[in-house]
Ligand binder design. Structure first.
Ligand SMILES: [Zn+2]
Length: 386
């Protein structure tokens, strides 16, 4: 197997990893919204503890999956790109492994039977619903994570295993923080948020209006907590690869990659920075591991300086980098630059939405569209439960 074939396989694994992580996120949202159905629309202060415990446990279970996936991906990608891998921080690892072992480990985690049914097509649906193009049934199959490693076994090279100092400790710290964060965010954005909204409902209005207002409050709080649940679960993987990359001398830097192709203005700005190398990046470096709710960006580790220019996944980074140079850097600075950048991206998004109206756009959903999407999913979930 040539170096080039290995690079290609690493890219293929990375795409599969990103897609699998997206599914884990989407399934988390679906489950978090379904579980939110247990919280009554006439919630009273002091209630909801049972839901909270269940919801936190759901997050932590899904987060473990996302973390395992990230570890398996990183070990394989590093082996393919550098000929060496790292210790599995989650379980005892032999000192020498083979490529096939790493492939099998990764493939098992993204296999259909691993529970990643593509019940939902991320990204594309919202714009089409808004355009009235979709009825209730999805009309095209979702894309599955695909990874087809060479199967003939003739290339079963031995791969030395290296140890990343402090990696296991860092993951344990992340795990504790994530649990505390899940408890706090779900309580505030779910339960307390709902209580505050219910408090604001004018119950002197006709019963039908009051019910509708309560339902809306319930949906709104439910959507907020579900988006945080997704973020915390996806962060399980994102923070794992980040920590590994940060501690790994063989990783030279990272590129922030949008998995939807249509990031928000803030993420687009980070994406426009292109490849961020450890040595030169200074304070900017840590931005690579910051994500907001509904954020589907990811930091892709770079093992050498050729990877960024050659990788199809960083095409948007190169495009935004050029755009920032041409339209922003020469004309604005500081806060003005950020505002001009947001305006520019909004105008571009609008233009491409208009242009794409007759075709099938893959636009990132606005919060409102996402909410509509999630409501649809929630209703479907209810129907399934019945
Ligand atoms: Zn963003």
């Amino acid at each position: 197997m040539t170096t080039e074939q290995r690079q290609q396989e690493a890219t293929q694994a990375s795409v599969a990893y990103q897609l699998a992580l997206t599914y884990i996120g989407v399934k988390t949202i679906q489950e978090a919204l379904a579980m939110w159905g247990e919280v009554p629309t006439n919630l009273k202060a002091g209630q909801g503890a049972q839901w909270l415990a269940k919801a936190v446990s759901l997050i932590m279970t899904r987060r473990s999956r996302s973390r395992e996936l990230a570890v398996a991906y990183f070990r394989l990608a590093r082996a393919l790109r550098t000929g060496r891998t790292i210790d599995d921080p989650l379980k005892p690892t032999p000192r020498v492994v083979t490529l096939d072992m790493l492939r099998a480990e990764f493939a098992a985690l993204i296999a259909p039977e691993a529970g990643l049914e593509p019940a939902y097509r991320p990204g594309a649906s919202a714009a089409r619903i808004a355009a009235g193009e979709l009825d209730d049934e999805d009309d095209e199959p979702a894309q599955r994570p695909q990874y087809d490693p060479p199967a003939d076994g003739e290339d079963d090279d031995e791969i030395p295993v290296e140890r990343l100092d402090g990696f296991t400790t860092e993951l344990a710290r992340q795990e504790r923080d994530a649990e505390a964060e899940a408890e706090e965010y779900l309580e505030w954005l779910g339960l307390r948020n709902l209580l505050a909204k219910l408090d604001a409902v004018d119950d002197t209005r006709p019963a039908q209006e009051v019910d509708a207002a309560r339902d809306e409050a319930h949906l709104h709080a439910g959507t907020r907590q579900a988006a945080e649940a997704e973020r915390i679960v996806m962060d399980g993987a994102r923070a794992t690869t980040w920590a590994a990359s940060d501690k790994d001398g063989r990783v030279k830097g990272y590129a922030r990659v949008s998995t939807t192709g249509t990031p928000c203005g803030f993420c687009a700005m980070l994406i426009s920075r292109g490849a961020v190398y450890k040595s030169a990046a200074g304070a900017q470096y840590s931005d690579g591991d910051a994500y907001h709710p509904n954020c589907h960006c990811i930091a892709v580790e770079l093992f050498d300086e050729q990877q960024f220019a050659a990788d199809p996944r960083t095409a948007l980074n190169r495009e935004y980098g050029q755009l920032w140079q041409d339209e922003i850097a020469k004309k604005y600075s500081g806060k003005d630059a950020v505002n001009a950048w947001r305006r520019l991206l909004r105008a571009r998004a609008k233009a491409s939405a208009l242009a794409a109206r007759s075709t099938t756009p893959a636009l990132e959903a606005t919060p409102r569209e996402r909410q509509a999407d999630q409501q649809r999913e929630r209703e479907r979930e209810r129907v399934r439960v019945r």
